[in-house]
Design a protein around this ligand. Structure first.
Ligand code: ADP
Ligand code: ZN
Ligand code: ZN
Length: 672
């Protein structure tokens, strides 16, 4: 009797191991079957896995191996570079490889029952196929510098002010890749916010079979698009972070637009950075990658600037707006210690809005806080609306008369009276977009005020309808969160007011200034076109603050230099590498105890190149009834940190935590 063939299979289970099966007699598998999906028994269920290896021997006794059920050959096998990418992701983020592999597949390809194919939905937006514009000198220079012909890895940081024509540069690069018979992957932060880009790419390359991949796509569509990428039918893939895992057998170019955007970082499950994986993928595929932004992340900036001593990326700059005559908006700081605000609005801002109304132009009032007010309070007894499940306030949403927790989703009806003392006169404190909307509607009764935030534009459809309404001029004053800051061209918009940016200046999170600068720069960039210059009014009590001063000069470079210097002195990234161990449990003591045990692993004592902070409660110390603690680990060397984590993880997994405690490790954490 001959020995049965062994099939090693990756499965979506939280274990750092593959699973061996025996191959039924008469249906031997060959190396070319590696990368196919397979159906296997697992416990009492059936599971879909991926065939990763046909090993000569198994650690499991042959008699115990269960037979593989079937090999699914409905799709081409996953290519070798996809394996390398998922392997890297699992190794770098210390996640179980099987989970990484399976979680990157569309759900339809993971299901044991085949999904019904559905009718293809017609693309919502049909753009006029505009001809490509003649390139500006700066665009030409950037394109000339980007080497897409020589096979090989090259990373470019395209730093271009808002409206400088970065997208046009991407399109020309994609055109080159197409001509060379290669596929292109274009990653964008939130596809929801960029239907215009989708339309623009599809209009420019109508025969390239462009597909998009993002989380709002239905299962059937996602499977179909993913399949088109894998078979090579789609030459361009436009997607959000999850699209980094798309198998692309002829990939020739990766572009990451708005590369600084935090939404490239997955915040739960496998906490990967799609931007960082993109760089890895380009390197292993030996192809160019272009990271584009008006306000690059300081990590990328340090990689691209010689004075940081790195120069791993080549820096390309677009200083000027692309449209002839278009200038960057003027940024004026309104000192609210002098020009006191009323209902959050200074006299200068009110006058500026009035002027725009007279000229039939639009104003955008930017406030990154949704709801009516961040808290409802009772002046008589001091009660305030707080979430009983989180260490956070319940936000007042007056439009549907509810109190909502923005952290856990808890909501309650608006109380008629104070729940502790019965006082009927409860007052909202602070200001959110809904309140600002109400104030503006009252101040300017003749104006059409439109609010754009996650409440008013919760679906892509609502969002598209709002954007269309604004574009066609059926709105005078927009009140919006950062949702409105990104990538939109509103031709009549000439004024941006930032009403309360100061809080972020002194936030506990040391990355807050970087985000604030990026947000303000982006939202300012919405104002002004060639024929109508734009203006941003920034209400602040700290008009001399260096961040605002740099912003007023549109001087990202100066801002970045200041920040990098501070970070270097403090030993923060990008001058250090970090990992965060987080634990949550019903009792804070349990969470902190787990972290202390983790910190006391024998290994910790020996590792010289790694520094450990103390276990502490997280800033949002309770969320959804769980107390949360964190332990930060840091090293000046990425390699040392990785080496340590690789040894630490098995030790962590060996700790027996209290039953309701959960923990996870995040590499390169963004939020503190
Ligand atoms: P960015 O991505 O840098 O914000 P875009 O690529 O969206 O900029 O370009 C901003 C505007 O300038 C768009 O309306 C685009 O059509 C236009 N544009 C881009 N390049 C050129 C060019 N070379 N000549 C004229 N207009 C251009
Ligand atoms: Zn009260
Ligand atoms: Zn809550």
């Amino acid at each position: 009797m001959s020995q049965p063939q062994i099939a090693r299979v990756a499965l979506d289970v939280p274990l750092r191991t593959f699973f061996d099966y025996c191959v039924p007699d008469g249906q031997p598998l060959s190396a070319s079957d590696i990368g196919y999906r397979v159906r296997v028994p697992f416990g009492r269920q059936q599971k879909i896995g991926i065939l990763v290896e046909l090993p000569a021997a198994s650690n499991v006794a042959l008699a115990q191996l269960r037979p593989l059920d079937s090999v699914l050959r409905d799709l081409p096998p996953l290519p070798a570079d996809w394996f390398r990418l998922t392997e890297f992701c699992a190794a770098y983020y210390h996640a179980p490889l099987g989970q990484v592999m399976l979680s990157t597949l569309p759900a339809g390809l993971r299901a044991t029952t085949a999904a019904k194919p559905r009718q293809r939905r017609q693309a919502a937006i049909v753009a006029a196929a505009q001809p490509a514009p003649e390139l500006t000198a700066e665009q030409q220079a950037s394109l000339a510098a980007i080497d897409t012909l020589a096979a090989g890895f090259n990373a470019y940081l395209l730093h271009g002010v808002t409206g400088s024509g970065k997208t046009e540069v991407y399109l020309r690069l994609i055109e080159r890749a197409l001509a060379g018979g290669r596929q292109s992957l274009l990653l964008v932060p939130e596809i929801n916010l960029t239907p215009q880009l989708e339309a623009r790419v599809a209009a420019r390359f109508p025969t390239a079979g462009m597909v998009s991949l993002h989380s709002e796509l239905g299962d059937a569509a996602r499977t179909r698009n993913w399949r088109a990428a894998l078979t090579g039918a789609a030459r361009i893939v436009l997607g959000t972070r999850l699209a980094i895992f798309t198998p692309l057998p002829e990939l020739g170019l990766i572009v990451v637009d708005e590369e600084h955007d935090v939404s490239f970082k997955q915040q739960d499950g496998i906490r990967y950075s799609a931007r960082d994986l993109a760089v890895f993928r380009a390197r292993q595929s030996a192809i160019p990658i272009v990271l584009g932004s008006a306000t690059p992340s300081l990590e990328s900036w340090a990689n691209a600037t010689a004075d940081a001593g790195r120069g791993r990326y080549q820096l390309l700059t677009l200083h000027e707006r692309a449209v002839e005559g278009a200038r960057l908006p003027e940024v004026l700081r309104i000192d609210t210690r002098v020009d006191k605000t009323q209902d959050g609005l200074s006299g200068a801002l009110l006058r500026a809005i009035e002027q725009r109304l007279e000229r039939a132009e639009q104003s955008l009032i930017f406030l990154n806080r949704r709801g009516y007010a961040p808290v409802l309070a009772c002046a008589a007894c001091g009660w305030s609306s707080s979430c009983h499940r989180c260490a956070a306030n319940l936000v007042l949403h007056l439009s549907d008369r509810r109190l909502r927790c923005h952290h856990c989703g808890f909501e309650a009806r608006l109380p008629k009276a104070c729940p502790t003392c019965g006082n009927q006169d409860l007052s909202p404190f602070g200001r959110g977009t809904q309140r600002l909307e109400a104030v503006l509607a009252e101040r300017f009764p003749q104006a059409r005020v439109v609010r754009v935030d996650r409440d008013s534009a919760s679906s892509r459809k609502q969002w598209e309808a709002l954007v269309e309404r604004i574009r066609c001029g059926d709105a005078d004053i927009l009140v919006g969160t950062q949702m409105l800051a990104k990538g939109h061209d509103f031709p009549r918009l000439t004024l941006v007011g930032a009403v309360a940016p100061d809080a972020a200046l002194f936030a506990a999170d040391w990355r807050a200034p970087e985000r604030l600068f990026a947000q303000l720069m982006q939202v300012a960039g919405r104002a002004g076109r060639a024929d109508r210059p734009g203006q941003m009014l920034l209400q602040t009590q700290f008009p001399e603050h260096p961040l605002y001063a740099a912003l007023a000069r549109h001087d990202f470079q100066a801002f970045a230099a200041l920040q990098l210097e501070e970070r270097q002195q403090a030993g923060f990234p990008p001058y250090a590498y970090q990992a965060m161990l987080r634990a949550e449990a019903p009792q804070m003591a349990d969470a902190l105890r787990f972290l202390s045990v983790a910190r006391a692993c024998p290994l910790v004592e020996r590792e010289q190149a790694v520094n450990f902070y103390d276990p502490v409660p997280m800033r949002l110390s309770r969320r959804a009834s769980l107390e949360r603690g964190q332990l930060l680990v840091e090293s000046p060397s990425r390699r040392a940190l990785q080496r340590f984590l690789t040894q630490w993880l098995p030790q962590l997994e060996a700790i027996k935590p209290p039953s309701r405690l959960r923990w996870h490790l995040e590499v390169d954490p963004l939020e503190f």
